[in-house]
Design a protein. Sequence first.
Length: 317
Amino acid sequence: MRKPSRPCRSCSCWWVPPASAPTVPATRSAAGSSAVQSMAGCYLVDYSYVEVESLKPGYTRDARVYDVNRDKSAKEWITAETLSPRRVRLQRILFLTDLGGAIRDGSLIKHQSEDWEYDAPFLYEFVAPRSWQVRDLKATPGLWTRRVTNLDDGPRYQCAARWTTDTAYPEWSCSSYAPIPGRETRDMRRSDYDTLDRTTRIITYGQSWLERQDNVKTIHRDGVRSPLAREVGQELVGEAPGWRVRGGSGLRRRAPGILEPCAGGLGRRSHRDRAVRGDGAARPAAALREDVRGRGRLRRPRSLRRPRSGARPAIAS
């Protein structure tokens, strides 16, 4: 990994610049690598999901909203390691603070990793509960394969698609089949479905990035797939640059040497925290459904929009 060269403006951590970041990448490989490496940094993050449509006769849509920031604020330190000119690995370290900025004891975990590879020869394709098979990619060159792992480094889901760079910001969109997410079995106590048809869209903004999902919860039993419900969600929001937040000294005391690079990135609420009332209750499900739906298109959050010349981003605390 290259030696850090300067502090990251978003949270005072030391930022490792991409090995090559030309203004107009010469190849698809360079363009994708630059986009993936720009996803590294110290972020306030958001994981929120809600069902928007019942797809099975007799099933009543679950009106609950999965909101990781309901009564706390989630942070992630994402590192990028260049394994080769065609392969980059992102590792997420997750920790939580209360809404006042104090770190929650025992919240520090090694979260998921993402292995990105250009022109990968194959990927492991999920086909049924506890069943994966090798999918050959040699006939479809020019794709970036994203391999997402579980907390135990086992496969979570994998998908291959192109990074689009002829738009205002680099974008990667892909659909794949995957096991039921841990958030559903662990936090929402769901056992009435088994798998998920995922559609993921990632847009990178430089030092911020956004991931949206449009998924179908699926019952997969006895070799038959039956759609149960459609959900939409906001997987991760990287906040705008220029933030300075409090609480670094507490992190150094509780996690010395581990998250020292992000010690300046604590205490401020995330983008979704602005939608949480003072009593910790989330907005009504209908309001969140409209928010994550994006009114038919993916809209850049207000906190991520480019400020006027000489102006600092408006940040709600």
